[in-house]
Design a protein around this ligand. Sequence first.
Ligand code: NAX
Length: 331
Amino acid sequence: AKEPVRVLVTGAAGQIGYALVPMIARGVMLGADQPVILHMLDIPPAAEALNGVKMELVDAAFPLLKGVVATTDAVEACTGVNVAVMVGGFPRKEGMERKDVMSKNVSIYKSQASALEQHAAPNCKVLVVANPANTNALILKEFAPSIPAKNITCLTRLDHNRALGQISEKLNVQVSDVKNVIIWGNHSSTQYPDVNHATVMTPSGEKPVRELVKDDAWLNGEFITTVQQRGAAIIKARKLSSALSAASAACDHIRDWVLGTPEGTWVSMGVYSDGSYNAPAGVIYSFPVTCKNGEWTIVQGLAIDEFSRKKLDLTGVELTEEKELAYSCLS
Ligand code: NAX
């Protein structure tokens, strides 16, 4: 039998946490033959709710779930974890300045970076979900210098999956037959969902999405804004932000990272930029990546047309500004 993998979920008493922990306990994230021990962290006002989630995990009698740690102590939560999914953060409230929200999250991610650096298992893989996801991940990286930069990522897979979903609906094809969309840049409304290299599997082979959709105006307009603004549309409809789709995307992100992407398929991940595609280096930027042996690699050599270039640059500028804002909160 395999040794259990320890998976940390911060903000585990929240909405995404409630959808995510049963998925992990069922093997959706790490495989149906991989036992897990869940470490759940939240803050003292949520301690009772967190304990309720723990009770439900016990009651669900998940065969793969070998233990549950539910705590408000970051050190206890981080000890020995192999995978860390950072969902906890300070939400933007009405009337709050961007800088105030940033400042709260910078202090959270600075302190959780140290807890992870000192107490997580070696080679722990980190996924930041909490917004501003790219910049929270960057702060975590800066304050956990002994964790390799390649182990720190942020979630843009939900945006990637939303793009697949929109193409599948437009063409009336199975979502599993659509692949290789790309989310470039920030997990924010400046992200660029790019279909220029995306394909659909048809009875007569793989066809470019652009050739099948035959509607460049839609692809360059409504498609992009729908994906960029999907989070807001969910809030409007549900009066709550995306949770089951975010949890599912977090599982997809870690599963592909650990177990590998299928041959010929890439996914989108926010990773520490090396300046590929002339994106700014030194920020967490979403790129197309393939994964093998537990490591991601940015897909190289894709053609970027003029339309795309502008959009890659725009979201890059926003990330550079966020980085500066985050640093200004430190001093
Ligand atoms: P909730 O407010 O339901 O849950 C957040 C939880 O985090 C709460 O239980 C809170 O007590 C806890 N928390 C706050 N500070 C903490 C700390 N210092 N340590 C540990 N826990 C802490 O929000 P939810 O809807 O679950 O969303 C969580 C985060 O995901 C938000 O920041 C949200 O903006 C972000 N999202 C990111 C997405 C992505 O694709 N990257 C999509 C979904 C979501 O909007």
